[in-house]
Design a protein around this ligand. Structure first.
Ligand code: SAM
Length: 249
């Protein structure tokens, strides 16, 4: 069984990954971005608390979770383990660095009032920090007020225990009441980026609910019946809020 530490993360090619997944926006990603936009707008309707800190865990080569958090946050951390992805993210948030590929996602976000007056390029540079780190080292360490984790706990190991631990480490890093969005590939048997193979755990809706529910309130799991390649059966998008202040072991 391929565990997280066994996969060739240092060989992960962000440009190939973007070409495969995001350069031509897929209907399902645009659907997810609309859901993030509307969910966060609902969560922060009325007033946005001061100094909201956001985190995207395993950000990889995907900027849309960070873009979806831009209007709400004073600071956003992009935490990523693979060095080539860390370098990619640093380029994206540097002045003039954002690839125009991400504009299509911003166009969807800016249909909502909170996003309309935000300059994504300027704001990414102002508030986003990129850090190399391991999701498994997060346990109980830091607290964020808004969090996203897209295709990470399910797409980094074949091991059921590592999937549950990944979810737990993410959820335990969130403060009480923090809105979160988590996405999983459904029933994925692994994936290729260029010539390298990466492991996955076969998540279904029940397994996703079982892993997230101890940490969540108002949990919604949306089964998105879109397949983007052979070897999986759609995507799951979980939205909700962190339930208690106490870290669940
Ligand atoms: C399938 S990619 C998802 C990337 C991105 N979030 C997205 O939505 O496309 C899985 C990501 O998890 C990262 N990853 C793998 N193991 C990790 C770990 N232990 N801690 C943090 N990130 C990890 C990988 O480097 C990769 O960027």
């Amino acid at each position: 069984m391929d565990r997280n530490a066994d996969a060739p993360w240092s060989k992960f090619d962000p440009e190939v990954y973007v070409d495969l997944n995001y350069r031509t926006p897929l209907e399902v990603d645009l659907l997810i971005v609309r859901s993030l936009r509307d969910y966060f707008s609902r969560c922060f309707a009325g007033s946005v608390p001061d100094s909201v800190r956001g985190v995207d865990v395993g950000a990889g080569a995907n900027l849309y979770p960070a873009l979806s958090m831009l209007p709400w946050c004073e600071k956003i951390l992009l935490l990523e383990y693979a060095r080539p992805n860390v370098a990619y993210l640093e380029r994206q948030v540097s002045p003039g660095g954002l690839d125009p590929a991400w504009d299509a996602f911003w166009q969807v976000l800016r249909e909502a009032p909170a996003y309309r007056d935000v300059d994504p390029r300027g704001r990414l540079g102002e508030i986003v920090r990129v850090e190399r780190g391991n999701l498994f080292d997060l346990d109980g360490q830091r607290r964020w007020d808004l969090g996203t984790m897209f295709f990470v706990a399910d797409s980094m190991s074949e091991c059921p225990e590592e999937f549950r631990r990944g979810v737990r480490c993410f959820m335990n890093a969130l403060d009480e009441g923090a809105p979160f969005a988590v996405a999983f590939m459904k029933e994925s048997v692994g994936y290729h980026v260029g010539e390298h193979h990466y492991p996955a755990y076969r998540v279904n809706e029940d397994r996703a609910r079982e892993a997230l529910a101890p940490f969540a309130r108002e949990l919604e799991i949306h089964d998105l019946h879109h397949s983007v390649r052979p070897g999986h059966e759609g995507m799951l998008l979980a939205l909700g809020r962190r339930n208690t202040e106490v870290a669940v072991p």
